[in-house]
Every structure is written in C-alpha cells, then in structure tokens.
Design a protein around this ligand. Structure first.
Ligand SMILES: *Cc1c(COP(=O)(O)O)cnc(C)c1O
Length: 428
C-alpha cells in the first residue's frame, strides 16, 4: 500500500499538533504504523490522500450511521449554511431536533444541546450533584465518558475502591469523588453503594459498553442498577453517546426497557457535525440555567448547521425497517467473521448488540474490562493491518467497536468476510 502522502502529512502534522493528531486513538499507536490521512468519504468508502480506498467500519467512531456524505443530510446542511452558520440566538431547528429526540428517547422529557459528548457528560454530572446534593459518582471500569477530570478514572485492578486519576493534571482530590466498579458486577457495585450511599449522587454507565471493545450488559445488570439507584435516591445516568439511535431508535434504554433519570447523547444526533446533549426527567432538567441555578452555557450550542444535520439523520433513521435491516447485515457480518476465525482455528470471542460488533482474541467470555484486557492485542494489531491491506478499515485499537451503517450492503459484507478469511488464515 502506497502511503507517501499520508506519511508526509503526518510528519508535517507532528510539527504543529502534539502526536500529529487531534484525538489520540487516531494515531495508530496501539496497532503500530502511521495514521492514514483521509481525503474524502462517500457511503462506506474512505479514500486516503494516496488514493487507497477502504470499506469503513469506524464511521467517525459512530456518527456516520447513514454512511458518509449522505445526499439528504448534505442537502439539509447546505440549506442551513445558506442561512448563516451561527447566530448565538435561538433558532427553529433546535426546537425541531429536541422535540424529535424527546418523542423518541423514552427517558427524556427535556434536553439541553451542547457541543460534544464530553461536555454533555460533564454538565450532566454537575446537574446530578446539584440535584442530589451529593458529590460522589460511580462509574464502571472500562467505560469511557469523555475526558472531563472526574471521569478520567478507572482505578486499579481488583475490587476498586477510591479513584486514582488516569492522567496527570487530574487532581487526586477530584478523582477521590469517583468510585469505580467492574462492569456487570452486581456484587461489587452493591458493596460500594452500601458503603457510600450517603455521598453517592449518581451512577453513570454505558448501557452497552463500547469503549473496551463491545461488552453487552448481562441479564438484569441494567434493571438491577435501576432498582438499587431508586432505593438509595441516586440518579442513574445512561451514557448513550454511542448506543443512542444505534442499537435501537430509542437507544439502549428502549432496547432493554430500563429508563434512567438522565441520558447523554452525542455522535449520531449531530449527523457528522459536532454536537452533544443531555436530557432526562423534567424536574431535574428544570434545575439548569436559566430555568434554575445550575450553570451551563455554550457559544455554539444548538448550532443551526449541526441541528439540521442531526434532524435529517434522525428523520431518515425513523423510516420503517431501518434497524431491522441494520440488524440483518450486522448478523451476517458477525457470523461470517466467526466462521472465518473458526476455520482458521483462531480464538475469537465475539460480542454484538445490533450494529455494534466486538471481537476479542481470547477464549472469552468477556463481560468486563479485566476480561477485555485478556485479548491478544498484538494479534489484533496484525489482524488490523491485514484487513487494512485488504481494503477494510477497522478501528486502530482492540478496545473499540466495529460499526455498521445503513450504507453497508451484502456485497460489502461479503467482501469483508472474504478479506477476513485470508487474514485469519495467516494470523497463526
Ligand atoms: C465518544 C464518547 C463520548 C465522548 O464524546 P465526544 O464527543 O468525543 O466528547 C462519551 N461517552 C461515550 C460512551 C462515547 O463513546
């Protein structure tokens, strides 16, 4: 594969941008090699600056569920830009998008739009602390909720107790307010809750974990979280930045029929433009300024172009049959990959919820971060590069999801399976 231009760009980028990228996982560090610079994308095809073409299973990490450059979404964006790109004053599109989300996502009575998932999580935590008048939060190991200080915490191995910061620059005094438990571990979580009930304001969880690879919730995990948080007057926050409008039009909460107090959205609801949102019960949301005392603001929040892209994306997703189709194709791909691995005698533990696919190079089962970390990441790196050489662009990390869009056809999937058969057979 020719990568002359990508390499030249990466070298230049390294002079001006730390590590040459504007978000770390793009840098290919966990699989080795240099990142490819993308020139353009259409449907599920990514084309890099050297002219290499790939079937895309990253989809900008989630937003491009309709594929790239969807003509109807582009039209909505173009129409919006002609009317100006930001007003710093309310516009009709904000009302339409928020109304549509409220109608579609069960837990949301009211919603506030922001500019990224990180910002949405940060704001929701502030709100939860204000509402419950308690400072501590509980998160699960391996769940990612953006890079806000108090969430860059996952704690050490074993039964987690008090948080240890994951990054320099996060004060220990912040991290101390963050408790962590292993995902899917009801026993450990219950212990932590019992011990900290008086100071615990919120539990935040990815209802399907998508940032340690894909790890689905065990039977009853989410239901149990709902029950225990109600019992102790703790707010339950679902981070549906990936799962929202992906695993079901109403998000994971609609799929598993568990209704949190607050929900975080992002990615898909911006149709490929920067956005984030947090919403939930009206009595909680009414605490946000200017309705209430909890301050949160944003120059570009509810941006007219982003809301136009999001609105059109969600409208298209609400057409009948969209999720059934996604499910069919995702199943086809998962089965094909599984058979290919089996034929090559490679241990490949698969997980899947709708169009979120996971595959770990381990015997499995993988139900939490400790299990996910058992995956042979060196083997994943080989698999990744092998697939790349066969024109398939997977996430440059074992601990990310493989995602499908409505633009993936049976032909694309067959092509991908054929590539995987060859790559798996050479992995041993
Ligand atoms: C991507 C992601 C975020 C962060 O969103 P950004 O827009 O990147 O800030 C938060 N939570 C989850 C579950 C995510 O996948």
């Amino acid at each position: 594969m020719k990568t002359i231009r990508s390499r030249a760009l990466f070298q230049r980028a390294n002079s001006f941008i730390p590590g040459g990228v504007n978000s770390p996982v793009r840098a290919f560090r966990s699989v080795g090699g240099d990142p490819l610079f993308i020139k353009q994308a259409k449907g599920i095809l990514l084309e890099d600056v050297d002219g290499n073409k790939f079937l895309d299973y990253v989809l900008s990490w989630g937003p491009m569920i309709l594929g790239h450059a969807n003509s109807q979404v582009l039209k909505a964006i173009n129409c919006a830009t002609k009317r100006g790109t930001s007003y710093g004053a309310p516009c009709e599109g904000e009302v339409e998008l928020t109304q549509l989300i409220v109608k579609t996502v069960p837990s949301i009575d009211q919603i506030r739009l922001v500019n990224s998932g990180t910002e949405a999580v940060m704001s929701a935590i502030r709100l939860a602390r204000a509402y419950t008048k308690r400072d501590s939060i509980l998160k699960f190991e391996g769940c990612y909720h953006g890079h806000a200080d108090h969430l860059l915490v996952k704690a050490g191995s074993g039964v987690a107790t008090l948080g240890i910061p994951d990054s320099p620059g996060v004060p220990e005094s912040f991290a101390r307010h963050t408790l962590t438990a292993p995902y899917n571990d009801i026993k450990a979580t219950e212990k932590l809750i019992h011990k900290n009930a008086q100071k615990l304001g919120a539990i935040i969880v990815e209802p399907v974990a998508g940032n340690m690879g894909v790890v689905p919730p065990n039977d009853e995990f989410l239901e149990w979280l709902r029950m225990i948080t109600k019992k102790y007057d703790i707010l339950l926050i679902f981070d549906e930045v990936i799962t929202g409008f992906r695993v079901h039009v109403g998000g994971a909460q609609a799929l598993y029929k568990v209704i949190p107090d607050l929900t975080i959205l992002g990615k898909i609801i911006g149709g490929g433009l920067p956005i984030g949102a947090y919403g939930g019960r009206k009595d909680i949301m009414q605490m946000i300024a200017p309705a209430g005392p909890v301050y949160q603001a944003g120059t570009l929040s509810g941006n007219p172009v982003a809301v136009a892209a999001g609105l059109e994306t969600i409208r298209l997703l609400k057409r009948p049959g969209v999720y059934k189709d996604l499910e069919k194709r995702s199943k086809l791909l998962a089965e094909g990959l599984g058979e290919a691995a089996k034929r090559a005698k490679i241990s490949f533990y698969q997980t899947r919820v709708g169009s979120m696919l996971g595959g770990f190079f381990t015997e499995g089962p993988v139900t939490d971060y400790a299990g996910a970390k058992k995956s042979d990441t060196a083997r994943y790196a080989k698999f990744f590069h092998g697939m790349l050489n066969h024109g398939v662009y997977l996430a440059p990390s074992q601990f990310e999801a493989t995602l499908l869009s409505t633009a993936h056809t049976n032909r694309h999937i067959q092509q991908t399976i054929t590539a995987a058969q060859e790559v798996f057979s050479k992995l041993r």
